[in-house]
Design a protein around this ligand. Structure first.
Ligand SMILES: Cc1cc2nc3c(=O)[nH]c(=O)nc-3n(C[C@H](O)[C@H](O)[C@H](O)COP(=O)(O)OP(=O)(O)OC[C@H]3O[C@@H](n4cnc5c(N)ncnc54)[C@H](O)[C@@H]3O)c2cc1C
Length: 428
């Protein structure tokens, strides 16, 4: 049985959200009174009642979640909060389909969380049982090294809300569970500019500030307004400004000092109908050269980025991967100059700090790893920065390959590569 199941008692306005064999939410009407209950079955007859409800032979009709939520909200039902929760815990859930690497590993407990109330319920659940909590978005930036002995919560908060619009500039708040690329397409449909260079990045909106996602010369910090996050220790809601997030290249406080302490539930962005097109990456300019500059639109840039990404990056649906496995390293100027004297063609990008950013993909390729194949896994043959699970690789095997690459680049260039992908369950 797939829970939750939403039901209506035939001939009445009573609706039910069955969360599992021992729990349901009930919203019933008696005369002009509405009663809302969270029913937890503790005895066998009570559990049997729930099983009877979901068996297809009773006076119950299946309804959609939307129909249930409509009744629930319409009658102003509360469950210790102004939001309903739909929190149901499953056990021993395979995580491979929930991550783009597709590595087999099981979650000891697993729950979808689609509201702040549900999230707080999950926090209580894990606290009461002394179980750790692990947050999953789209699973596109993690390598699982083992089964996850925790309550894995998949963030599903939805919704896009325009907070202000002066005819040109828009501030929009987005639920953490929205799919990032779908949101980018939505902004383009509305004629809002700013996020077009970040098209086709996999994952959720909620994870986008975690590493200040970036591509083709743009990072989200440039359009970030604020985010709301729930504190894991006590469920408190806090708003973080751009400054408080302390964004850096593929970094934020949520990946560093505040790691594991917050769950992002909503992110707000500042967008602009007339924002300048960002085409400093040669590949975008080449893709758009058939269009006169004055006629190019945010949508054109997005479509160019999508074409470039599709031609360069492996599709996780075909070959498991998590995008760039390593960050581009930054080194002091004297180190870069010493390398340039022996490798004059080495790509290098001066930073405002005076340091020089190097291209990790180039270093890996020069060290001979591009296309390296270990049967179940290897290095992508078009993009050396991407490690690939061809099928059946374990997290440990991928990590062993990553470690060999790190050692080899260190030996050859004296440069230490750092993984960009989050390591889950790696022995320290
Ligand atoms: C083919 C491919 C291409 C990619 N290209 C790019 C790129 O161009 N630029 C780029 O920056 N990234 C890129 N990535 C990496 C990845 O898509 C992004 O980092 C993305 O933001 C991850 O989102 P997610 O929801 O999948 O996060 P997940 O992988 O689910 O989670 C990543 C981390 O964030 C935590 N987390 C997730 N959601 C929340 C939340 N709501 N609150 C608190 N913590 C949370 C998780 O616990 C985990 O530690 C690419 C990945 C792939 C597979």
């Amino acid at each position: 049985m797939q829970y939750p199941v939403y039901l209506q008692l035939l001939g009445t306005k009573n609706v039910y959200a069955i969360q599992g064999p021992s729990r349901f939410y009930e919203c019933s009407t008696m005369g002009d009174q509405t009663l809302c209950h969270d029913v937890v079955a503790t005895t066998w007859p009570e559990r049997q009642r729930i099983l009877d409800m979901v068996a297809d032979d009773g006076p119950w009709e299946r309804i959609s979640r939307e129909a249930f939520m409509h009744c629930w909200n319409d009658r102003n039902c509360h469950m210790g909060s102004s939001e309903t929760s739909a929190f149901e815990v499953r056990e021993h859930v395979e995580l491979a389909p929930h991550t783009t690497f597709g590595i087999a590993a099981k979650a000891r407990w697993f729950a979808d969380v689609s509201s702040i109330a549900g999230l707080r319920e999950a926090l209580n659940w894990s606290r009461q049982r002394g179980v750790e909590l692990f947050v999953l978005g789209g699973g596109s930036n993690m390598l699982l090294h083992r089964d996850v002995d925790a309550l894995v919560i998949r963030i599903q908060m939805r919704g896009v809300e325009v907070l202000s619009d002066d005819g040109r500039r828009i501030q929009v708040a987005v639920g953490a569970g929205e799919v990032w690329h779908d949101f980018v397409l939505h902004t383009l449909d509305q004629g809002w500019g700013g996020l077009e260079n970040l098209s086709l990045i996999p994952g959720s909106v909620g994870a986008s500030p975690m590493q200040n996602i970036g591509a083709y010369g743009v990072e989200i910090r440039e359009h970030f307004a604020w985010l709301d996050a729930i504190r894991v220790s006590d469920g408190a809601l806090q708003r973080f400004t751009e400054k408080q997030c302390n964004f850096d290249y593929r970094e934020s406080i949520f990946k560093r000092e505040e790691k594991g302490k917050w769950i992002i539930v909503r992110v707000a962005f500042n967008l602009d109908r007339k924002s300048a097109l960002r085409m400093e990456y040669g590949a975008i300019e080449r893709e758009l050269q058939h269009l006169p500059e004055a006629k190019r639109t945010h949508r054109d840039v997005s479509e160019a980025v999508i074409r470039i990404r599709k031609s360069k990056l492996p599709d996780p649906a075909i070959a498991g991967n998590a995008g760039s496995f390593f960050k581009n390293p930054t080194v002091p100027k004297n180190v870069a100059n010493a390398l340039l004297s022996t490798h004059p063609k080495m790509p290098h990008y001066p930073q405002l700090s005076g340091d020089i950013k190097l291209a990790a993909g180039w270093l890996i390729e020069q060290a001979g790893w591009k296309g390296h194949n270990r049967t179940t896994h290897g290095v992508h043959d078009q993009q050396a920065l991407v490690l690939v699970n061809f099928g059946g690789a374990s997290g440990k095997e991928i990590w062993s390959l990553a470690s060999d690459i790190i050692d080899s680049v260190k030996t050859e260039f004296g440069v230490l590569l750092e993984p960009e992908v989050n390591q889950v369950g790696l022995d320290s």
